[in-house]
Design a protein around this ligand. Sequence first.
Ligand SMILES: [Zn+2]
Ligand SMILES: [Zn+2]
Length: 268
Amino acid sequence: MIGWPDASTLFGWIFAITFLGVACWEAWRPSRAAIASLTLRWFGNIALFAMALLMTWLIPLLSSLSAAVIAAQRGWGLFHLVTLPPAITLAASFVLLDFFGYWMHRLLHKIPLLWRLHALHHSDTDLDVTTTIRHHPAEALVQALCDAALVLLFGFPPQAVLLYGGVVLVVQTFHHGNVMLPARLGWLSRWLITPDLHRLHHSMAYAENNSNFGNSVPLWDWLFATLRLAPEGEFKVGLAEFSGAKFQRLDKLLIQPLLVVPNPRPPS
Ligand SMILES: [Zn+2]
Ligand SMILES: [Zn+2]
């Protein structure tokens, strides 16, 4: 049987291959022309990712997978208190993790302190595969703590946490891509958060970036009335207060939470 370290490595490879595949797709047929220097943006976004990786390496217990392994060993959490067929536990865990992922994302926009951290993901002036990994280390820390607490509370099995994390990472890498799906695949947006849907979440317009919060499927946005299918007017990516190239330098990215305009911002 495949062990957790092997499975983590496997998902690392799947992510790397998806990342490279989307990067090649963008280079071959980009959906939108770049505004800022690609070198500057990629350096900043990849450096932020390296910091998040370093943090999980230094504090391995911070990962939701570690929390799931501990919960399984000690019998902690709801799913270890009830006996359900493994397939039902796996499916229910998957649905709950996605549901809480949606609401966590809404809170990141709603609570001013959390928005200060999450705004860095939205201040990218272009949207491409590296935006997937553009998160402030402080946001990554808060997210990891919340994920671990949720896993301990519900006792999601390690298989479910690993499978969900892997699937969501692949979907997120795909939907941040600066790519255009062929028209004949338009139906995909009904079942999956596609680049067309997630691009709207990165809109400079307040109403648009407060829509399409889903991680993998548009179900929760549809249920809670935050689904948006098309822009209302001229479409721009990013945040107005950080639209210049100078804000994309790594040092500026790291101090950006101190300069963020509080959210909710008034509709313009
Ligand atoms: Zn967001
Ligand atoms: Zn995004």
